[in-house]
Design a protein around this ligand. Structure first.
Ligand code: MG
Length: 367
């Protein structure tokens, strides 16, 4: 089987809540997503999705996905999409870095492998653990009172895990954590995610001010070293996210006891192949994970669902359903939240069918 064409659509994904805000005053109102298609000589077409959280979250931006596909695409024509390790090596030799560019192609090739073998991606990724997985809900940064009020709304939708967007003014963040924690019920779980927004002394100060709150602290500062220094001074369970973007730093963080949970995002690591490698390593090392992506719609959510369902439940800390945040549906058959949980499709590949009328014109064609 050979790759004969790689193409992409640009899709705008507005939000039901109009805006999503996090640390440092950053926010997005309409997500700019790239739906990637990989076409083969046998007629199979696989799809993937890459949707950065704006240009100021990770070293990734929406136009960069499309530019990168034009750069890397010609190197992949004629390659067998089912030979994923070889394909990834080819991508890494053709373009240094830029893992997010490669992610959509890699996911599309997993979709093809599943269609070619008649197996759902989650079974190919290691096996399906159970029926469904629990979801977390991100609470966009607002005033402490507004954020606390959201807990009841999201709990009514079935969510029991809440990820509070902090990383702003430390005094307001202390109030945010206290206000939201006061709304929790037994069995709920709370993460305060600063998304790199605090400097070291602020992070230590916030954590000490909420020392008696049952809350996880996620990625307080910009650098690994700052996060490690904070981690060593505070009592809370600790999550690393933005700084863990390859195996080298994952292993270093493990050796340093720098985290209790790690957040692995598919496009941050460069696709399902590389995320599976990190995920499997975490399973062997006993590190729990949040498995997700930077953002996306139906197709990104399907890839997340397959990854999450193929992970031992005791090591799956949380995952998420981005397609329920956005107003546009781009595929039939995508996972849907039911009582705060989501399942992965049971049909071959990703188990979804892109909606042609939702995708518009192709903005990248390599053939
Ligand atoms: Mg995070």
């Amino acid at each position: 089987m050979k790759i004969t064409r790689i193409f992409a659509h640009r899709v705008e994904l507005p939000l039901h809540e109009t805006t999503y805000a996090w640390s440092g005053g950053k926010s997005v109102t309409v997500f700019d997503s790239t739906i990637v298609g990989v076409e083969t000589d046998g007629g199979l077409i696989g799809c993937g999705e890459v949707c950065p959280l704006g240009p100021f979250y990770l070293p990734a931006y929406a136009d960069g996905v499309r530019a990168g596909l034009r750069e890397i695409g010609p190197h992949l024509l004629g390659e067998d999409p089912r030979q994923l390790a070889k394909l990834n090596r080819k991508m890494d030799l053709a373009l240094k870095g830029h893992p997010y560019v490669k992610s959509g192609i890699d996911v599309a090739c997993w979709d093809i492998l599943g269609q070619a073998t008649g197996m759902p991606v989650c079974e190919l990724l290691g096996g399906r653990y159970g029926e469904d997985v629990h979801l977390y809900r991100a609470i966009s940064q607002e005033s402490p009172e507004q954020m606390a009020a959201k807990v009841a709304t999201y709990r009514a939708e079935g969510y029991r895990r809440f990820q509070l967007k902090v990383g702003g003014d430390p005094d307001v963040d202390i109030a945010r954590i206290h206000a939201v924690a006061a709304k929790l019920q037994p069995g709920d779980r709370l993460v305060a995610d600063a998304n790199t927004g605090w400097v070291q002394h602020e992070a230590v100060r916030v954590a000490k001010a909420v020392r008696d709150v049952d809350v996880y602290i996620e990625q307080p500062c910009l650098t690994y070293e700052e996060c490690l220094a904070v981690r060593r001074q505070i009592p809370h369970p600790f999550v690393l996210d933005e700084t863990i973007d390859d195996l080298g730093i994952l292993l270093r963080a493990r050796a340093d006891h720098a985290m209790d949970v790690v957040n692995l995002k598919i496009s941050k690591l460069g696709g399902l192949t590389k995320t599976k490698q990190a995920r499997d390593l975490c399973v062997s090392m006993g590190i729990a994970m949040t498995l997700e992506d930077s953002w996306g719609g139906d197709i990104a959510t399907a890839a997340i669902a397959h990854l999450a369902l193929s992970t031992p439940p005791e090591l799956l800390f949380s995952t998420t359903d981005f397609n329920s945040y956005v107003t546009v549906s781009t595929a039939d058959g995508a996972p849907q939240r039911v009582n705060g949980r989501m399942a992965a499709p049971t049909s071959p590949g990703l188990g979804i069918t892109p909606k042609k009328n939702a995708l518009g014109e192709r903005v990248v064609i390599v053939e």
